[in-house]
Design a protein around this ligand. Structure first.
Ligand code: ADP
Ligand code: MG
Length: 467
């Protein structure tokens, strides 16, 4: 049953924002269940009341989905359920006892599996050429990748029924490989006997060439077309222009698709934009779902840093995270790499990883030159985008048509320059620093929520300002 709860949590993670998830959901513990109720524990009365008022339906929906039955949720403060004898259920859950306790067979089965020679999923992942760390849990979800994350999660939980094929595309170092392998690892967790095949399109080509040379095409074909439940192909763009590889991949695709096996492919471009890919293959990639990953916003970059620092035991203050996330915008790989280097250097030199140290090191690594935009440029660009004048923006009028662009400009100025709130207030025609602060806070929230006009305008404006 614990598994069900974990699965429900994972569902919830795809629905709510990362912050909400961490604050309210991650800390809920499964305690036990009986016939139609699930008992969950939280830290305190406040959490209990808040979750009951706001999230109970959401949690129930998520649980119903994974258990496929309607369960009632009983929420209480940690320790409250321990007095009764229900606790016994969890303690002596031998298959027989569980059956008597009228638990469902899946739980019994899961338990039996975990008690006997449970295959180590990390080992299975490694054997399949994947990185055991690339799991859904280790992936930080933000508005830039939420959609793709949800699609991957859906595919992992219901392979070949929702989106087949799933085509993921996006720039370098944005988490495509991570999510691709997360699907594979999740599949292995659910069924350690699943035949998960992970490889890059280059490896596919190399294996093909070897098989052709050894005149052993049968083995090659069997391996991909018959002995495979889930095919994960990374960086498909490499087969552009390689005609015989494409031909073979096309037939592999068809065979797997027809026998109801899931196919997931990543690429640096969308199928239409892939050079040298045959039309029939590009069109097959569009049969299922095409999901793109965008570069993460500052909040997500910070969350990624914090998660990574915690995982690697690096002590880092919020200010340092902010400095790093504000400086390194290109991709997550570089962000993580810099954190690890800084952590190592700090520990070698026996200094704490504080703002001063970080600034020094960034300077030394030549990473401290932000692409400079200034407040005037920002005001001009935003004003012309919304068809108002810069004097409107600096002026006192507070109609919507003016105050919204003004708030957006304040947010962008704060994000992309080093000016303080009071300084920005002065530059926006002598406004109070609290006005700037409120504008930034409001826009930060809207950007984190993703799908709204503000977030879209901001993304457009940023791409104009910072190329
Ligand atoms: P890509 O395949 O798109 O080039 P990767 O999947 O190799 O990128 O990601 C690069 C690194 O960044 C990996 O270590 C990965 O774990 C990490 N990473 C990328 N996106 C995220 C994210 N949203 N949360 C956590 N780690 C991430
Ligand atoms: Mg990759």
């Amino acid at each position: 049953m614990q598994e069900y709860w974990t699965a429900a949590l994972r569902q919830l993670q795809t629905i709510v924002s990362a912050d909400h998830y961490e604050t309210w959901f991650a800390k809920i513990d499964f305690h036990h269940r009986d016939d139609d109720r699930i008992y969950l524990e939280v830290d305190d009365d406040f959490c209990k009341a808040w979750i009951e008022d706001n999230y109970l339906d959401l949690i129930e929906d998520a649980l119903d989905k994974v258990t496929e039955e309607a369960m009632e949720i009983v929420l209480d403060v940690r320790g409250s359920f321990d007095e009764g004898d229900e606790l016994q259920i969890e303690v002596d859950l031998t298959p027989q006892a569980a059956r008597q306790a009228n638990l469902d067979h899946q739980a019994v089965f899961d338990f039996a599996q975990s008690q006997t020679a449970a295959p180590n999923i990390d080992d299975l992942a490694t054997e399949a050429g994947m990185n055991p760390r690339y799991t859904f849990e280790h992936f930080v979800v933000g508005s830039s990748n939420q959609f793709t994350y949800a699609a991957c999660s859906a595919v992992a939980h219901e392979p070949a029924s929702t989106y087949n094929p799933l085509f993921i595309f996006g720039g370098v170092g944005l988490g495509k490989t991570h999510l691709l392998q997360a699907i594979g690892i999740e599949m292995l967790r659910r069924d350690p006997n699943a035949r998960v095949m992970y490889l890059s399109s280059e490896e596919f080509m190399n294996q093909l060439i070897t098989s052709l040379r050894n005149k052993d095409m049968n083995t090659f074909r069997n391996q991909f077309r018959n002995d495979c439940d889930l095919l994960l192909v990374d960086d498909i763009q490499f087969i552009g222009g390689k005609d015989s590889t494409q031909e073979e991949f096309f037939h592999t695709f068809n065979a797997l698709y027809q026998s109801g096996k899931q196919i997931v492919v990543t690429s640096d471009k969308s199928p239409q934009d892939l050079p040298g890919i045959e039309e029939r293959l590009a069109s097959r990639f569009s049969w299922g779902l095409i999901a793109d990953i965008q570069p993460p916003g500052i909040e997500t970059r910070m969350a990624i840093l914090e998660k990574k620092a915690e995982a690697d035991g690096i002590e880092m203050s919020k200010e340092v995270a902010m400095l790093l996330a504000g400086t390194i915008r290109s991709n997550v790989r570089e962000l993580e790499g810099t954190l690890i280097r800084l952590g190592a250097q700090a520990s070698l030199m026996g200094t704490p990883l504080n703002v001063d140290f970080t600034r020094q090191m960034l300077k030394r690594m030549n990473l401290d030159h932000r692409r400079q935009v200034n407040v005037d440029q920002i005001m001009r660009t935003v004003a012309s985008h919304f068809d108002i004048t810069v004097s409107d923006m600096k002026g006192p009028r507070r109609t919507r048509a003016i105050s919204e662009p003004r708030q957006i400009a304040m947010y962008l100025a704060r994000k992309h320059t080093n000016h303080s709130y009071p300084e920005l207030g002065r530059r926006f025609g002598g406004k109070d620093h609290t006005t700037v602060l409120a504008a930034c806070k409001k826009l930060e929230d809207l950007v984190e929520m993703g799908d709204n006009d503000f977030a879209r305008s901001i993304a457009d404006l940023e791409s104009m300002l910072i190329r």
